[in-house]
Design a binder for this molecule. Structure first.
Ligand code: NAD
Length: 436
């Protein structure tokens, strides 16, 4: 099928390449010329495992092209919208400027029977507004939220755990849902749940899922706060409650909290939208979820300050990790980078290392020192702060290796990913999040 993908960022570039990899003829469209030039050369403009391979394959097959010219969308039967919906400057609500612009520029190129499939995460009510603009062209708007996880985006796009399509009622909606089934044919053929619903439900599925995940993380981080004043160990607590299959252990990793381009802005936008709907009390808890999450950044920084005797001024601190999570170079609202910036603000000589995210981090915070080499970062450090769980900082970094690089003997484990016993027995002061 001919498909267009409008917006080629973390979501859209992967979506375009993944759709080509399952046999579609895809044009990826973005307003960012540099991004499009890179993609057209087969270069992934960001780090995502598996993306370079499917990009190269798609381009070589001739089924995958990229352009900044929206007219190239003409002739596609399904147009996916994957542009950004960031937090508004100076507010909590989602900024819909890019979604509106994408729809406006696409409208003249739509034909009757086309399907416009919104994938961006939007406040509930957006799709019905957009549908009113799309309908006069004879095309149908569907809302098809995206659940991919950065780091696993290729697999999640080709083989998602569920597909959701918010469609208008009646035969038009049924036809649009059928077209989407055709697009996602390998997943549909293997029996992946395909939920056809109304616009509002489809939009809410996405934000509710993110709100739930954020709440689960902040729940265990709240327990970490209690553990800190009682001497309890939150990791053992998480293991113990996680054995209850109604609770489950996943997303119960206490630490420096969540970040990235989705969870923080999505829960804020949800709260802002609920307020507009006169239902702010229904999601007031999300404010608390957000607050708990942000307090963990303070806590990690405070642990470093305390461990260094009350001041980090002039002290060298190695920050292991800049990305908001491993297997990604995304530093949007990254707790790791935030902690580094705060330590720098307190006068520390911060050296940040990350296997993939240095370039993005440097662009955002040029005031910090960076090195891609972990050992270089650790050399001579008075303290180490581990904040992104890359294997090279967690699994493949022993206290003995660290001891050979520095006389400093303080390690703050912002992700509770290190083995406290191993570090302590090697003579290190180990400080975890919610652990004695
Ligand atoms: P991103 O910033 O990486 O990409 C957005 C892209 O849209 C940019 O390349 C930008 O140049 C482009 N764009 C902006 N206006 C445009 C226009 N008028 N026409 C064409 N292109 C335009 O953002 P992202 O992380 O890919 O997120 C996109 C959307 O997907 C957001 O709503 C986000 O919440 C949602 N989402 C993201 C993820 C994720 O893991 N990144 C997962 C699920 C959902």
């Amino acid at each position: 099928m001919r498909i267009s993908v409008i917006g080629c960022g973390y979501l859209g570039a992967v979506h375009a390449a993944a759709m080509a990899s399952i046999g579609h003829e895809v044009v990826g469209i973005d307003v960012d010329q540099r991004k499009i030039d890179a993609l057209a050369r087969g270069e992934a403009p960001f780090f995502e495992p598996g993306l370079p391979e499917i990009l190269a394959e798609g381009i070589a097959s001739g089924r995958l092209t990229f352009t900044t010219d929206i007219a190239a969308a003409e002739g596609a039967r399904v147009h996916f919208i994957g542009v950004g919906t960031p937090q508004q400057a100076g507010g909590y609500a989602a900024d819909l400027t890019y979604v509106n612009a994408a729809i406006d520029t696409l409208l003249p190129h739509l034909r009757a029977g086309d399907v416009v499939a919104g994938k961006s995460t939007v406040p509930v009510g957006t799709a019905s507004d957009l549908a009113a603009r799309v309908s006069p062209t004879g095309a149908t708007l569907v809302w098809n939220p995206e659940f991919l996880r950065e780091g696993w985006a290729v697999q999640d796009t080709i083989d998602p755990d569920r597909l959701v399509a918010g469609v208008p009622t009646g035969p038009e909606g049924e036809r649009a849902a059928d077209l989407l089934r055709e697009v996602f044919h390998p997943a549909v053929a293997k029996g992946t749940p395909f939920i056809v619903t109304d616009y509002a439900t489809a939009e809410l599925v996405k934000v509710a899922a993110n709100a739930f995940l954020a709440t689960k993380i902040s729940f265990i981080n709240a327990m970490a706060e209690i553990a800190e004043v009682t001497g309890a160990d939150v990791t053992q607590l998480a293991d113990a409650i996680g054995h209850d299959e109604r609770i489950g252990r996943r997303f119960l990793g206490a630490g420096i909290g969540f970040g990235g381009g989705c969870l923080p802005k999505d829960i804020r936008a949800f709260a802002a939208r609920a307020e507009e709907l006169g239902k702010h009390e229904s999601v007031t808890f999300l404010r608390e979820v957000d607050a708990i999450n942000l307090r963990r950044r303070d806590r990690a920084v405070q642990l470093v300050v305390d461990a260094l005797g009350g001041s980090v001024f002039g002290k060298r601190v190695a920050v292991l990790g800049a990305a908001f999570k491993p297997h990604s170079d995304d530093v949007r609202d990254s707790p790791a980078l935030d902690a580094a910036v705060r330590l720098h603000g307190l006068g520390a000589n911060v050296v940040v290392t990350d296997p993939q995210a240095i370039e993005n981090a440097r662009r955002l915070h040029p005031q910090l020192n960076y090195t891609a080499n972990r050992d270089e970062a650790v050399r001579g450090a008075d303290a180490i702060l581990m904040v992104t769980e890359w294997d090279e900082y967690r699994r493949d970094f022993t206290p003995e290796q660290a001891s050979a690089l520095t006389d400093g003997r303080i390690v703050v484990d912002g992700r509770n990913g290190l083995d406290p016993a191993a570090w302590r027995s090697a003579g290190w002061g180990y400080y975890g999040m919610g652990r004695p």
